[in-house]
Design a protein around this ligand. Structure first.
Ligand code: HEC
Length: 460
């Protein structure tokens, strides 16, 4: 309930802005002949502005309690919001006591000035440094380096910290500290979050342990349900690290890691190796038109290059409200550069799917929860270079299997939350012996390839 109230804030804040600006406009208009009648409208607007400002302050306060925004800007925004409310009371006073002259003007324009300042400060909290990226301002984990000598690798520096950076630091970093917690630095990890230390005691009694072991559905589970989850290997590695004393120094050998753990590191490590060699094109390509890129960003797509010095790009529509056919046509104009596309959670029509199927340089395609059925999947067949395809959470069943005959490029196929069963997985494996096919258990390496950075060789 509290969360609901808090989430009303971004909606409500527009009301006082609208009411006060309308009142100020009426005030200006009223100076013209025959417009004195506007006085009543101004009174109504000013009171409505004050009441909605009060509600904005309350919902904003609630929001600040359950979401971890950085501290500095929030405090300034809160103070200026309170001041706006107080100053607007002055306007109500001058309005209802029918004042005119400088006192009245002062009350009007100080309210308008305060609302502008408050709006700006509020906007820079949400749209500032850590707002959803429209071109790369979101936190991005540094590229993980493959480990060559596992027994001598540092447990914390080479394994634990990279896992936390990849799966947790988006929300727990220097500028965004959900739950008052940073997980991007060992000193900060030792310090803990708003409920104190997170790794005190050995193993299973700590907050960190609890959060990652809670059932996925539990509100307190980390990472939150909709985010990329820890893989089975990552879970075992973090758990073992905590059980063995959560030390920030020492190698696997020094900590006497059992073979099973070394094996897990190996599994975790191969993901980097695999993703660096397999999926992106080797040839150099001309950069995509900057005009088109800007256009796509304006349309709400997140566009990022795969690596420095590379013209290949990856596009995600996660932050977009909806996808139109025109959007996909825009993507077609940069199809030579577009190698990874994420359209998760957008319902797609047949026509749109057919256009997507013309993006023939695509290597990775994320179509989770896109309202697909067996027939629509068939439309994707022209994507002959596709290496990774995520079809989770769509209405698919055994009949989809035949669509994959002779689709030789595919290496990873994901069918979480579909009606496919393990016998379908066996059938798929027969058709595509080289591919990894994942059907059940939501904890398996679902977006693994997605969260590890990829290095391209220098363009030829
Ligand atoms: C999408 C954002 C997000 C991601 C990713 C995320 N967290 Fe969180 N985390 C939160 C939020 C929001 C809170 C505060 C709300 C709460 O207490 O549940 C929180 C709170 C916590 C806390 C409690 C801090 C305290 O002192 O109360 C711990 C521990 C934690 N997260 C660990 C993790 C770990 C470990 C990961 C990665 C495996 C992770 N989080 C990934 C959003 C996230």
């Amino acid at each position: 309930m509290l969360q609901f109230i808090g989430h009303l804030h971004p909606l409500l804040v527009h009301l006082p802005i609208g009411f006060f600006i309308a009142a100020a406009l009426f005030h200006l208009l009223k100076k013209r002949p025959n417009m004195e009648g506007l006085s009543l409208a101004i009174s109504i607007m000013v009171v409505a502005g004050f009441v909605s400002a009060l509600f904005s302050v309350i919902t904003g306060y609630v929001l600040s309690l359950n979401d971890g925004y950085g501290e500095g800007k929030l405090g300034a925004h809160q103070n200026s919001a309170l001041l706006t409310t107080v100053v607007s009371l002055g306007w109500i006073y001058t309005q209802f006591t029918k004042q005119s002259g400088w006192k009245y003007e002062l009350s009007v324009w100080s309210t308008i000035a305060m609302i502008a300042i408050t709006g700006h400060l509020g906007g820079s909290i949400t749209h500032g440094e850590e707002y959803l990226s429209f071109g790369g301002s979101q936190y991005k984990a540094p590229a993980r380096k493959a480990i060559s000598d596992i027994p001598n690798a540092s447990v914390f520096n080479q394994v634990v910290q990279p896992i936390l950076l990849e799966k947790c630091a988006v929300c727990h970093n220097k500028s965004k500290q959900k739950g008052g917690l940073r997980l991007d630095d060992s000193a900060a990890i030792k310090k803990g979050g708003k409920s104190g230390e997170i790794i005190k005691g050995a193993g299973s009694s700590s907050e960190l342990w609890n959060r990652i072991h809670l059932p996925l559905k539990d509100e307190d589970h980390m990472p939150p349900e909709k985010e990329p989850q820890l893989t089975a290997a990552e879970m075992s590695l973090l758990s073992w690290w905590m059980q063995s004393g959560a030390s920030f120094t020492g190698s696997f050998k020094e900590k006497e890691a059992p073979d099973s753990i070394l094996q897990k590191v190996k599994t975790w490590n191969t993901v980097v190796e695999k993703s660096t060699e397999d999926w992106w094109p080797k040839e150099a390509v001309k950069p995509a038109s900057e005009v088109v890129i800007q256009d796509l960003k304006k349309a709400g797509f997140a566009v990022s290059t795969l690596a420095q010095n590379s013209a290949y790009i990856s596009i995600s529509a996660i932050a977009k409200d909806s996808i139109t056919t025109a959007d996909i046509e825009k993507l077609l104009t940069i199809k030579d550069q577009l190698v990874s596309l994420n359209l998760n959670r957008h319902a797609l029509s047949k026509e749109q799917i057919q256009k997507i199927a013309q993006l023939n340089t695509l290597r990775k395609l994320y179509l989770e929860g896109c309202n697909l059925n067996n027939e629509l999947v068939k439309e994707l067949r022209p994507l002959k270079q596709l290496v990774y395809l995520n079809l989770s959470n769509n209405d698919l069943n055994s009949a989809v299997v035949s669509n994959f005959e002779k689709w030789e490029s595919l290496r990873s196929l994901y069918f979480f939350k579909t009606k496919l069963s393990s016998s379908d997985s066996v059938a798929l494996k027969k058709i595509m012996p080289k591919a990894t096919i994942v059907i059940g258990d939501y904890r398996l390496p679902m977006l693994e390839g997605d969260t590890s950075e990829v290095k391209l060789p220098p363009a030829k």
